[in-house]
Design a protein around this ligand. Sequence first.
Ligand SMILES: [Zn+2]
Length: 348
Amino acid sequence: MDVNGVDARPPGAVHRFSGTKRGAFPAGSCLGFGFVRDIAALPKAHLHVHLESTVRPRTVRELGGPPEPEGPFRSFQEFADQRARVRERLVTAAHFRRVALEFCEDEAAQGTRYAEVTFTAASHGERVGSPEMPLEAVLDGLAEGSARYGIECRVLLDHSRRRPVERLRLTLKLALRHDRVIGIGLAGDESHPLAPFAEVLDAAREAGLRLVHHAGETAGAASIREALGPGHADRLGHGIRVLDDEGLVAEVRERRIPLEVCPTSNVLLGLVPSLREHPLPRLRAAGLVVTVNTDGETALAEEYARLREVFGYGDPDLAALAAASIDASFAPDGLKARMRAGVEDWLR
Ligand SMILES: [Zn+2]
């Protein structure tokens, strides 16, 4: 297939992914719980998903180079290096547009009605020598995908904490040029402090952008405190290590700061030994706002199906998680109301 093309599947068809990363899941089946509803039909918002991590294995092959390992990874660095190799294959506007369009198709098949997809626009722009092109091509692909597959998308631009503050300034500039870009945030190794970026984050906030930082994933409670303090985080990317600190749990609960929890990703990166030992049930029991996401490491309906299987969650639990994802999203109010009604219909 030409790398400029996309798969010609009928809209809304349940997509069977090639490879294991975003693999098929058991839908509307038995699983030992009696009748269970089809999770792909449950309207969901997907709030933490890196576009570059969602590139289909076949697309990676067609863009050139050998297939990449999909985890588990021995270290965060190994994971980051693998992702960097995939990113480097995205060069032309057609490449960026293609992965955005395929993202929409794959998400729609998972029952994602609304996605806030993260993209490292400034980094790509520097690498390909065209600051604007990657983001414009992605927005173009998302617009086409939204129209074709009936999914709403917004974009969050992330910035690695390891990179210079000038690049975050450029990221802010890019974000402000496009209505569909609704926020920015820090990602990458959380051992790098947030303080050098605080001034740009202040400017982003004043300009009306949302702030969503990775924190409490690879580092502990201190990273969450700085995300909430000088980082003005509207939501926490991961945030699972909030449980290290009872006082912080109380603060996050009282402020109703949503957590973008990505269970399978945490296991693949070796942050949690297994799904069974994942703190998601403890986060919910602590009264925190928990949303379920993939980080781009798996498929969203599959992630919900795993929670059903591992934690014995019934359909009301899954519906509550979907509703939390909708409420925690930055979607327009009308769309939120329609999605919430869809969740109630799903449970009927
Ligand atoms: Zn992430």
